[in-house]
Design a binder for this molecule. Structure first.
Ligand code: NAD
Length: 715
């Protein structure tokens, strides 16, 4: 029996209900067979009045089979092309049926799922939050290869289609309707199939209803074809914009643009062939393999709870204490109240705490002005936050997170003073960005209930939370911290205690290498430009100005005080530069009036002229690839060391943590996945070259050598 249920009624309407094995419908071998068989049957039908395509699952259709795609290797292009064609050709047959085909979209239809919808003559979707539509392939380094590019361009025209194709956004049903991507919405699921039937019955005998716009005689692409005057500006403009935003590091957007332009230039069938070629090309790029690994497989693992201890019941936080209503505390209070958690926001005075609460009010007001929030919800969220200066208000909290100044003494003091207010078996979390959790837990009478919950700034925008287990942290505590992170809709990675944990420690190598290049005489602007050229969001010197040299100095001081400053090995370049800039010249970073750069009121920045006097040597010209590799490899090597020493507990956590917490370039798929597609042998060889030229910090970590010996990749 087919996994596509086939039901013909007395009016000649066939309803196809997709119900593949497993939790979702996906474009795998089972789908291809079911679709081909269904089409054979439909084409052979007598008295067919119309076809309704719907799904038995909560999602309408999940998209392509990524396992199948990542497994394809170079040399298998013909097989891959056949796979793409085996999806594409049936969709063409579907839209060529001589009767109206209606997509009754009862759940999310992303990627391949939306391509199926585009191949239907009429699209009706349930107007519900769970119904998201779109073509997100670009975010995985791919393109919509089932005819999605060609149909979108023919439907909307090049200009309007490009944002959907290049940004890969999810669109809600009502927005999709307004944008002309679907034809109707229904307010309840029960209305969906009757409405689809009604459409078919109402269009009995209407030939146009069975023909796609692009197959009608005289079809013109909205906005015009490639050589029309409007397009003459649009196409080069889009290409220039892409070159700027991707810095030439991501092949997918450029290939999508090529295919879309061709779709507006050649006939429909040829455009489909060009799209297939583009899909074959992209699937085999290392960038696609990296992005699929990180954003699909690793992300599913991380969010699916692979790092959460098993067998512990899911728990929710109902009352949260936040100590310190500064930059971080106020953000933690906001995201928690937004998730419906009662929050006690405590600072040294009620005024300071109220100021922290005002941050939530400001964000909520912004939400109202852009239509994402209403007054009733605003009042409800604000009502959940109590600003206070009194410890007693913390009574009964099932989680307390401290976000006071970065001082061991202060943190120890407040732990000892307020831990008593936790509910039975309540958890204590520290948002420290650098202090060892095991050390902080010494102030606790229940160190097994003590854990690091490291947020990133700004809390409401940054999706990652780094959970840090101290030596004594229990599995129950970890599970509760993990569940809290999910409750506030963050992505949690779990690491073991180490100075700077995983993210801060690895990010520090980027700053250090930037300083090292500076002391070697390279022009500072060149250093920052090459950092960006490798795909980091900001160059190492500029980002150091943002995070502040003062913070780096303080960290070093703190670690010296606890006798661990030399734990990370070579970081002397950074400290020398900090000494010159900050100690001698008061250049602490952007918020301190300037650092490596001077900042004008209008936001423009220029290199601080004395920096050039101190460091720049016109005769120094390092090989650009070496500089780029140095900036990247330092971070990759640090990540590998974290894996080797069990600071990182999983490859998935490393990849997701590096991208979301450090800004690892997306094309790498994260700092460990990068090694997989760079090739472990190649990586070892390149490390050896860099070490020979620039020092032992580039020595290849043993964990890579071990993997090579076992012929394994990092998974
Ligand atoms: P901040 O200076 O903005 O805020 C600290 C707040 O703590 C102040 O409002 C202060 O009044 C309050 N405070 C001090 N003593 C207190 C006490 N005894 N009881 C209650 N409140 C008290 O600092 P921040 O940037 O929000 O950082 C807070 C913590 O978060 C630090 O440990 C920091 O390392 C960590 N962190 C910061 C960032 C960041 O980007 N700023 C990122 C991650 C983690």
């Amino acid at each position: 029996m087919s996994v596509f249920k086939y039901q013909k009624d007395a009016d000649g309407i066939v309803t196809i209900t997709m119900d593949q094995t497993g939790p979702v419908n996906a474009m795998n071998a089972e789908y291809r067979q079911a679709m081909a068989e269904t089409l054979d049957k439909l084409e052979a039908e007598n008295g067919l009045a119309g076809v309704i395509l719907t799904s038995a699952k909560r999602t309408f259709f999940a998209g392509g089979d990524l396992n199948e795609l990542v497994a394809v290797k170079r040399g298998e292009e013909a097989r891959l092309q056949a796979l793409v064609e085996a999806v594409k050709a049936p969709l063409r047959r579907l839209e060529k049926l001589p009767v109206p085909v209606v997509a009754a979209i009862n759940g999310a239809a992303m990627g391949g799922g939306f391509e199926i919808c585009l191949s239907c003559n009429h699209r009706i979707a349930w107007n519900n939050n769970s119904v998201q539509l779109g073509l997100p392939e670009v975010t995985l380094g791919l393109l919509p290869g089932g005819g999605g590019i060609v149909r979108m361009v023919n439907l909307l025209g090049l200009e309007l289609a490009l944002p959907y194709l290049l940004e890969g956004k999810r669109i809600a049903a009502d927005k999709a309707f307004k944008a002309g991507l679907i034809h109707e919405t229904v307010e309840s699921l029960e209305e969906l199939l009757p409405r689809a039937r009604a459409y078919i019955l109402a269009n009995k005998g209407n030939q146009d209803a069975a023909v796609q716009p692009w197959d009608r005689k005289g079809h013109r692409i909205p906005g015009g074809v490639v050589n029309s005057p409007g397009m003459a500006q649009l196409i080069p403009g889009a290409a220039a914009m892409l070159a700027k935003t991707t810095r030439g590091l991501l092949p997918a957007p450029a290939k999508i643009l090529d295919c879309a332009v061709e779709a507006a230039n050649v006939d429909f069938e040829t455009a489909l062939k060009i799209e297939t070629r583009g899909m074959v090309y992209l699937t085999l790029t290392p960038q696609a393999k990296n992005m699929i690994t990180a954003f699909f497989f690793n992300m599913n693992k991380v969010n699916g709870g692979a790092s959460r201890p098993k067998g512990i019941e899911l728990q929710k936080v109902s009352k949260l204490g936040v100590l310190g209503a500064g930059m971080m505390g106020q953000g933690i209070a906001y995201v928690s109240a937004m998730a419906g958690i009662e929050v006690i926001l405590k600072d040294i005075s009620v005024e300071a705490a109220e100021q922290g609460k005002a941050y939530t009010e400001k964000l909520l007001a912004k939400g109202i002005s852009n239509g994402r929030m209403d007054e009733a919800r605003k009042a409800a969220v604000l009502g959940l936050i109590k600003a206070t200066a009194s410890d007693e208000d913390l009574q009964g909290c099932d989680l307390i997170i401290e976000a006071v100044f970065e001082s061991i003494e202060l943190k120890n003091r407040i732990t000892a003073a307020t831990e008593q207010y936790l509910a039975a078996n309540g958890v204590w979390g520290s948002n420290t960005s650098s202090l060892p959790i095991t050390r902080l837990a010494e102030a606790s009478s229940r160190p097994e209930n003590f854990i690091g919950i490291h947020f990133f700034s700004p809390v409401e925008k940054m999706p990652l939370v780094e959970i840090i287990c101290g030596e004594k942290t229990s599995d129950e505590t970890l599970a509760r911290a993990f569940d809290y992170a999910k409750q506030i809709k963050k992505t949690p990675i779990v690491v073991n205690d180490s100075l700077g944990f995983y993210t801060s420690r690895t990010f520090g190598t980027y700053l250090d290498e930037g300083c090292r290049l500076l002391t070697e005489g390279l022009h500072p602007v060149k250093i920052d430009n090459l950092g960006k050229a490798v795909g980091m969001p900001v160059g190492p010197l500029q980002v150091h100005d943002e995070t502040s040299l003062e913070l780096s100095r303080k960290l070093h001081e703190t670690w010296s005080n606890i006798g661990q400053a030399d734990k990370w090995g070579e970081r002397d370049a950074m400290h020398g530069v900090i000494d010159t800039l900050l100690t001698k010249h008061g250049r602490g970073g952007r918020h301190w009036g300037g650092g490596f750069y001077d900042y004008a009121e209008d936001g423009t920045r220029n290199i601080w002229p004395k920096l050039l006097d101190f460091y720049y040597r016109a005769d120094v010209d390092l090989d650009e690839q070496d500089v780029k590799d140095r900036l990247l490899f330092r971070q990759v090597i640090e990540t590998l060391k974290c894996l080797e020493t069990n600071v990182l507990r999983s490859v998935a956590d490393a990849n997701i943590g590096s991208i979301m917490g450090i800004g690892a370039p997306v094309w790498t798929g994260g700092f460990i996945q990068f090694v997989n597609t760079y090739g472990l042998e190649n990586f070892r060889a390149r490390c050896a070259e860099l070490a020979a030229s620039y020092g032992d910090r580039f020595n290849c970590p043993a964990v890579v050598v071990e993997k090579i010996a076992r012929c394994e990749l990092f998974t």
